[in-house]
Design a protein around this ligand. Structure first.
Ligand code: PMP
Ligand code: GLN
Length: 411
């Protein structure tokens, strides 16, 4: 590997997807629905595929109909006019949006603040750009509660403030957070925004789970806070928004001067996204724009659909002896597995971190797969993730029931 990629190893996704193929466990690992996406979304793609108009290259920075729809939607949501030509870009999944944002803005030696637990690709992306990640972990403020909520995990304000300095280029925020499910509050976002303004720092806001938020929590876009438009790039994903993760379509929006850097990275690495997928997604957004905020809106119904699944998983995990952390948003649940340690042969696996050994042993011996959360922490903070497992709950009820049965039978 070239020097800048040194230390890269196959990610947890590469390893655990193979593990699932080899052992065929009930898979609550990688985050994707195991049931069909909304019909109007797949119908849109069907119509596009049958036609002849949308099978060639489209516009470089985003298919016109889609950037138009995205600009319309987010203009409404953030209360300012977004220019569809210069302030929105579509990408190959939120992954590319993150990559273009990070490599398009971070220079050699720049520091980037990453809040832990974090979606694992942030760290290598910052390093590939020559940047220096500076980590700060969300920590539980009340470990005695019977049910911990993701809201119990908070940042130490003084610690966060101490990370900002003249070398700080950016902070990466992820709300609702993967894997914890934390939905940052207005108070927390205001504190972060004030530091960004004070130190002239870019805010990269990964909001791919923006529509999966459980009452009474509310998704707040940090870009809407005073003085933040000019320093925020917000990232979204059609895969998460419409439950079509295989479409690998994402986007970023922000002020034209900041977006320019992303456009340069995209232009010389990807150039144009997939036309039929973008056309179909544009049609899906147009439908949602018509019914925004109403009960028929998928952006409203998706959380309602997930809420009982969240409750069911929390209940069966608890009954099996885990200590779940109830997520305020997203579709993952972290749970402390250590009360079950005596039932698990951790020595059967050789991995460095206990959560890897636990999840592998579970996949191979019990037939239930989860993700080891230490991957969402920096090397020095891996221990904060080791006692946990992450389960995905955007799964058919019968499969969640099957997971419950597996745990019941095991105990
Ligand atoms: N950010 C977060 C927090 C994620 O969980 C994911 C995975 N969906 C991504 C970004 C990447 O999204 P995509 O599948 O659209 O590339
Ligand atoms: N975001 C999803 C998860 O966390 C998918 C991961 C991925 O595509 N690498 O499970």
């Amino acid at each position: 590997l070239p020097k800048r990629y040194e230390g890269s190893e196959p990610s947890v996704w590469v390893e655990y997807i193979q593990l699932a193929l080899d052992y065929k466990p009930l898979n609550l690992g990688q985050g994707f629905p195991d049931y069909p996406p909304p019909k109007y979304v797949t119908d849109a793609l069907l119509e596009v595929a049958k036609g002849t108009k949308h099978h060639q290259y489209t516009r470089d920075f985003g298919h016109p109909r889609l950037v138009e729809a995205l600009a319309k939607l987010y203009s409404k949501l953030i209360g300012r006019d977004i220019d569809s030509r210069r302030e929105v870009m579509t990408t190959l999944g939120a992954y590319e949006a993150l990559y273009a944002t990070i490599t398009g803005h971070v220079d050699q030696g720049d520091e980037v603040i990453i809040i832990e637990p974090f979606f694992d690709c942030y760290e290598p992306m910052v390093r590939y750009a020559g940047g220096v990640p500076r980590f700060i972990a969300l920590k539980p403020k009340n470990t005695e509660a019977k049910f911990l909520s993701s809201g119990d995990f908070v940042l130490d304000k003084a610690e966060l403030e101490g990370l900002f300095n003249t070398k700080t280029k950016a902070i990466i925020l992820n709300t609702p957070n993967n894997p914890l499910g934390k939905v940052f509050t207005l108070e927390e976002l205001t504190f972060i925004a004030d530091l960004c303004k004070k130190h002239n720092v870019l805010c990269i806001s990964d909001e791919v789970y923006e529509w999966m938020v459980y009452k009474p929590n509310e998704h707040i876009r940090i870009v809407t806070l005073p003085g933040m438009w000019e320093r925020t790039i917000t990232i979204g994903s059609a895969g998460k928004t419409f439950s079509v993760t295989g479409w690998k379509l994402g986007w970023a929006y922000g002020p034209a001067n900041l977006m320019y850097n992303l456009l340069m990275v995209h232009q010389n690495s990807v150039y144009t996204g997939c036309t039929p997928i973008q056309e179909a997604t544009a049609r899906a957004f147009e439908k949602e724009l018509e019914r925004l905020g109403s009960d028929e809106s998928y952006f409203v119904s998706i959380s309602k659909e997930l809420e009982p699944k969240r409750a069911f998983v929390a209940k069966f995990l608890q009954e099996a002896g885990f200590k779940p952390i109830i997520p305020e948003g997203g579709y993952f649940m972290m749970a402390d597995w250590t009360p079950l340690e005596s039932l698990v042969d951790l020595n059967a696996e050789t991995d460095k971190y206990k959560d890897y050994r636990f999840t592998k042993w579970m996949t191979k011996n019990i037939g239930l797969q989860g993700i080891p959360p230490s991957v969402f922490y920096s090397e020095e903070h891996k221990s904060l993730g080791e006692n946990f497992v992450r389960y995905c709950f955007i799964k058919e009820d019968k499969n969640l029931q099957a997971a419950a049965d597996i745990l019941n039978k095991w105990k």
